[in-house]
Design a protein around this ligand. Structure first.
Ligand SMILES: [Zn+2]
Ligand SMILES: [Zn+2]
Length: 334
């Protein structure tokens, strides 16, 4: 008898679905890849065939400038792969197009979450709880100290800074895929109807979101406007542009950053962030442990982040668990 779940194996370059001869989020080019979402540490270019949601494929096309091998799969659609393996993609609630992948073979069900969160996000459908035997979870914020506050409070902080300093602007560092669009959509939901200004590097991804039906309101490019026109406005740029020459064109900016890591003071200081906004696209500790309880799998495999604390939590709660050593995943996308 082969060991249970021997058909899926964590190898250094990713999760290998052996009978189907394919990989999930592989770190190097392979013949056939299943890709959970468009962040660079999951969606690498150069695969022979890339199976992913239409939005993820569009994001990859934007990044890698090719659609070669793109094989779209809708949420809820089941693919029959080689070796008796079926794969179905379900929403992960992380960014536009993000998916969990349910793999089934001979009555065994394995769910790979990719990156996920449980909070509502106006830019993508919510995470679905799926029953399974093996739950392969991310653990980016897998420490009890990580408890993300409600988003509404962070958005209110941002708008208050604007009200208190009408002669300045608030410059928010946010990752170009996901965080920037969610921040804009959350601002709109909170009633912020004024135009929002973008660093040029954010524009194409925002347009892609709009093409997939996410309304972001009026967006303008910083480069089209004089300094005075930006006073009292919100400007969004990639985190890397927060402290560079580019920001000198702005009217006395209040430097902010939207990231789960803003919970860590030292990280905010490193980027000279005056206004840290704890807004994350990943599950926090309570959501990670709560999701494991809700899914209630026979085994939990932990990857992609701080595995040790979550592994310990599983052991203390009499849950079978193991940490997977996969390389190449970084927090581009917190
Ligand atoms: Zn990731
Ligand atoms: Zn991600």
């Amino acid at each position: 008898m082969p060991a249970p779940f021997a058909w899926i194996r964590a190898e250094p370059n990713g999760l290998h679905v052996i009978p189907a001869d394919c990989w999930i989020d592989p770190a190097r080019p392979v013949a056939r890849a299943l890709v959970t979402h468009g962040h660079g540490d999951h969606a690498r270019g150069g695969h022979g065939e890339t199976i992913a949601t239409p939005a993820t494929l569009a994001i990859m096309e934007l990044r890698y400038e090719t659609r070669a091998g793109a094989a779209p799969v809708e949420y809820g659609e089941t693919l029959r792969l080689k070796g008796g393996v079926a794969a179905t993609f379900f929403p992960a609630g992380h960014v536009l197009g993000s998916a969990q992948i349910l793999l089934e073979r001979a009555g065994e069900r394995v769910v790979v979450t990719g990156d996920y969160k449980r909070r509502a996000d106006p830019t993508c459908p919510p995470f679905e709880v799926l029953s399974c035997d093996v739950f392969i979870t991310e653990a980016t914020f897998g420490l009890p100290v990580f408890c993300h506050p409600p988003v509404a409070g962070e958005i209110a902080k941002l708008r208050r800074a604007l009200d208190d300093h009408p002669d300045r602007c608030v410059l928010v560092g946010a990752y170009a895929l996901g965080k920037a669009q969610r921040l804009i959509a959350e601002l709109r939901a909170a009633g912020h109807v004024e135009p929002i200004f973008l660093h040029g590097a954010m524009e194409r991804m925002c347009r892609l979101y709009e093409a997939f039906g996410v309304d972001l309101g009026e967006l303008r490019l910083v480069s089209d406007h004089a300094k005075d026109a930006l006073r009292g406005g919100i400007v969004i740029c990639p985190p890397g542009a927060l402290n560079d020459r580019w920001s000198r064109r702005l009217p006395d900016p209040i430097t902010a950053m939207a990231s789960g890591w803003m919970r860590v003071r030292q990280r905010a200081r490193q980027r000279n962030v005056e206004l840290p906004l704890v807004i994350s696209d990943h599950a926090d500790w309570g959501e990670l442990t709560g999701t494991i309880e809700e899914v209630n799998p026979a085994e939990t495999w932990i990857t992609h982040g701080r595995e040790e604390a979550l592994l310990r939590w599983c052991q203390l709660n009499q849950r079978r668990a193991r940490a997977l050593a996969l390389v190449g995943y970084e927090d581009e996308d917190d």
